[in-house]
Design a protein around this ligand. Structure first.
Ligand SMILES: Nc1nc2c(ncn2[C@@H]2O[C@H](COP(=O)(O)OP(=O)(O)OP(=O)(O)O)[C@@H](O)[C@H]2O)c(=O)[nH]1
Ligand SMILES: [Mg+2]
Ligand SMILES: [Zn+2]
Length: 322
């Protein structure tokens, strides 16, 4: 065993952690046994499924055979997570656990497509809630605009821009200036793409950084509905200080750690109104004197966004127990 060195987790395959070293090599590490032991001990009190995540800075030691052992996971500046699917497990009280997707991220790109799969603003709003509650900067990419016959992309771009979000309209067929704009936002940052399977996450990365050469879905493969082309969360260093994270497509996500009381904080355009409500416990659902509901009626808050808010509010109650 040698001295302790610092690195960063690029990807995780079962119990193997692939760590980027300061010399730009990738070495395979295991987690020191004590992590596992502590994890087992705390299990009933722990609400997370993951000890270490892609993007984590770690300290490790090198074994004689060239592999490593992670000794310490350094404090995160943030992490992105979701509620684990029910089958993945629950605590003994029945709450769904937290599944950590990545850590120490700067930019969070919600990636969608116009068709195949169809644009779904409800899912977009769930991902905005995750981003806002994780302390990362969210952006929206609407891809496959070559398939947009009804200007859906323009309508939603306008709406999300009016809230203050950066929106990129892209097509890997047009390859226009939107990709240059994306590149300039991504420069010197840790960037993560997240969204449904097949929207074009890996395809866009391949255009931005051709050396990545990520596997993308074959055109003829549309029969394999629901099959994910990207199967693991994967971080790559693409330029001096620029990192990207590609992720497997998701079906639906439930934000973790959101309560009925704090949900409205993550709909950022609601903020000017929430303190004006008659009751300070207002959930902006039905309460009299609610300034949010009034703002929706006066078109100061988009009715679609408000509907997304209500949907998430409902689901918070539903999945507390199962
Ligand atoms: N028409 C059109 N097709 C696109 C566009 N971008 C990607 N595609 C196609 O969409 C399919 C899915 O692309 P991928 O990049 O594999 O999608 P992904 O989001 O990485 O999917 P997962 O890895 O399963 O999450 C591929 O067949 C791409 O060629 C686009 O702008 N327009
Ligand atoms: Mg992919
Ligand atoms: Zn209210």
């Amino acid at each position: 065993m040698e001295k302790i060195i610092k690195g960063r987790i690029l990807r995780i395959e079962s119990k193997d952690y692939y760590v980027l070293t300061e010399k730009e090599n990738v070495i395979r590490c295991s987690l020191r046994g004590k992590f596992q032991k502590e994890f087992e001990l705390k299990k009933d009190k722990l609400y997370t499924l993951d000890i270490a995540a892609v993007g984590d800075f770690v300290q490790y030691k090198i074994n004689d055979d060239g592999t490593g052992v992670i000794e310490k996971i350094l404090k995160r500046k943030n992490h992105i997570s979701r509620k684990a699917p029910k089958i993945k497990g629950a605590s003994y009280r029945g709450e769904r656990l937290e599944q950590i997707v990545s850590a120490n991220v700067d930019n969070f790109f919600i990636v969608t497509s116009i068709k195949k799969p169809q644009f779904n603003n409800r899912s977009v709003d769930r991902l905005f809630v995750i981003a806002e509650s994780s302390n990362v900067k969210p952006y929206l990419i609407i891809n496959k605009i070559d398939l947009d016959k009804n200007d859906i992309s323009k309508k939603y771009a306008e709406m999300y821009r009016s809230i203050g979000y950066g929106v990129f309209l892209t097509s890997i067929i047009y390859k226009d200036s939107s990709f240059d704009k994306l590149l300039s936002v991504m420069e010197s940052k840790v960037n993560m793409f997240w969204g449904h399977s097949g929207v074009g996450k890996s395809s866009i990365y391949n255009i931005l950084f051709p050396s990545l050469n990520f596997k993308v879905k074959e055109i003829s493969d549309y029969s394999g509905k629901g099959k994910h082309t990207t199967v693991t969360v994967r971080m790559e260093k693409v330029e001096k200080d620029t990192f990207i994270i590609d992720t497997p497509g998701i079906r639906e996500v439930d934000p973790y750690g959101i309560t009925k009381e704090n949900l409205s904080h993550y709909f950022i355009e609601f903020l000017p109104f929430v303190n004006e409500c008659k009751f300070n416990t207002c959930t902006h659902h039905h309460e009299p004197g609610c300034a949010v509901i009034k703002a929706v009626k006066n078109n100061k808050i988009d009715a679609e966004r408000y509907q997304s808010y209500l949907n998430i509010l409902d689901s918070i109650e539903d999945d507390l127990y199962f």
